[in-house]
Design a protein around this ligand. Structure first.
Ligand code: SF4
Length: 457
């Protein structure tokens, strides 16, 4: 028999908002594990203590934004509408059933005027990560780093080509320092001749770059199989224990993944007090310099397997030359020595150059197979960081290596998938690098809260 409900919605009930929110609701669990009152201290200097109209409670304000990121609501106007009718959201903000919900424009004005230029969102993110560390949910023993692109709030019609002068970048400056150190050592050992001019000029390059008029801080992003256009990148480091995101940094979309990596590793160790023991990243991070710098920090580095590529057109390859460690030289298949000749610098690499004298190669029976018809002598270039790179890649294909790379996929790529589909990381609502970083931090905070609850259940 079919039942038709009569209108029963005019009955009066004696009820509190506390009764209306289920005991196992996500927001109750968030409130149980995090005491958000630390936010008052964070914002103390942003409010006047003896003047002006009473403000919206700053904790309610942050919780307002968090609701948007926890439930994937990407408009502040809509968050406000949802809070109006959702008892759990009201309860989380500390509002009673009949209390007025903060207007979306009040929220955005506070965010834009009061909080901009401050570290508030980073401090909140970091505070929650610190709680995770205190509770043993993250320990930094093995971390995964990767970046994901986020579409900038900029129409492609506003793009134009800009010509800029760029000075030597950070990476090249660091490489210069390593070159100096190795050169000084080899010179003092008498292995290479001292160079006449040591003065290094700051190099400037003229670069043609695609920029956006509406969001000039975003960067043109173009990678195989990915959407092309103006983007930002969220560089995130995830702890392997429970998938807690322990670091987030935003850059323009045209910044290579490897560029901010070492700085972020140092930032994590300094600000979170963690000692990273092992790190894993994709092949974009597998540069010689990063291998070296992680090794200096005592960090074991995992990256996908490197395949040895055939170099040059001649038959003899590097593996056909025997290295003589005692005399720091190579012995060629013809039995001749290739002593260290000089330290060779190209833009991105520093190599030790080993050379076989022309006179030895001239009448060599292997000449065609070794240097070809037109070559005059044989040279072998050895990157100054080669030993460290080789050591890191010794574990390629082992059971541990495979397991670590699989975990990277689960936690790093899994985090991005979750953030993009459920925590507002697909595109940016606002413009500028600061707004991008705030959005990345809030999205990661939302995911961390969910992962904390799951790990503590
Ligand atoms: S060409 Fe020169 S380097 Fe090559 S095998 Fe002959 S002697 Fe050795």
């Amino acid at each position: 028999m079919m039942t038709k409900r009569e209108n029963q919605q005019i009955e009066m009930h004696l009820i509190t908002i506390e009764d209306l929110v289920p005991m196992d609701h996500l927001l109750r669990k968030v409130n149980d594990i995090i005491d958000f009152s630390f936010i008052y201290n964070e914002v103390e200097n942003m409010y006047c203590h003896n003047n002006g109209r009473p403000s919206v409670d700053p904790v309610a304000l942050i919780k307002f934004l968090l609701i948007g990121f926890l439930y994937g609501i990407n408009s502040e106007r809509r968050i406000s509408e949802e809070i109006q009718v959702n008892m759990a959201y009201r309860w989380f903000l500390g509002l009673d059933i009949m209390d007025k919900v903060p207007d979306h424009s009040t929220i955005s004005q506070n965010r834009r005027r009061r909080f901009n230029g401050s570290d508030l969102f980073r401090n909140i993110f970091q505070k929650i990560v610190s709680i995770c560390i205190e509770k043993g949910l993250a320990d930094g023993k093995l971390v995964f780093t990767d970046s994901t692109h986020i579409k900038a709030n900029a129409s492609r019609k506003t793009e134009y080509i800009k010509q800029t002068e760029e000075v030597t970048n950070e990476y090249l400056k660091e490489l210069d320092q390593y070159e100096e150190t190795v050169r000084a050592q080899l010179e003092s050992e008498g292995k290479i001749k001292p160079i006449k001019c040591r003065k290094r000029k700051e190099k400037t390059e003229t670069i043609r770059r695609r920029e956006s008029r509406t969001d000039p801080e975003s960067g043109f992003y173009k990678r195989k199989g990915k959407a092309e256009g103006m983007h930002y990148l969220s560089h995130e480091t995830v702890d392997s224990k429970n998938g807690i995101i322990i670091d987030v940094a935003a850059t323009a979309g045209n910044v290579p993944d490897s560029q901010p990596y070492i700085k972020r590793i140092d930032y994590i160790e300094k600000n979170l007090g963690l000692k990273i023991q092992e790190a894993c990243a994709d092949s974009g991070y597998d540069t010689n310099l990063i291998n070296q710098q992680l090794s200096e920090r005592g960090i074991n580095f995992y990256t996908p397997e490197r395949t040895e590529q055939k170099r040059g057109t001649t038959e003899f390859q590097r593996k056909d030359f025997q290295y003589d460690e005692k005399d720091d030289r190579f012995i060629c298949p013809g039995g001749k020595a290739l002593p260290l000749h000089r330290l060779n610098r190209t833009i991105n690499t520093v190599t030790k150059e080993y050379r076989c004298p022309k006179a030895e190669c001239k009448d060599c029976p292997f000449r065609n197979r070794c240097i070809g018809e037109k070559g005059s002598d044989k040279r072998i270039q050895v990157n100054i960081f080669e030993d460290v790179v080789k050591k890191n890649h010794e574990k390629d294909g082992t059971e541990t290596h495979t397991k670590v790379l699989l975990l990277r996929q689960i936690w790093s790529e899994g985090s991005f998938a979750a953030q993009k589909s459920r925590h507002n990381l697909k595109f940016l609502y606002r413009r500028g690098l600061e707004a991008a970083e705030q959005q990345c931090l809030l999205s990661s905070t939302a995911l961390n809260l969910k992962r904390m609850i799951k790990a503590m259940a």
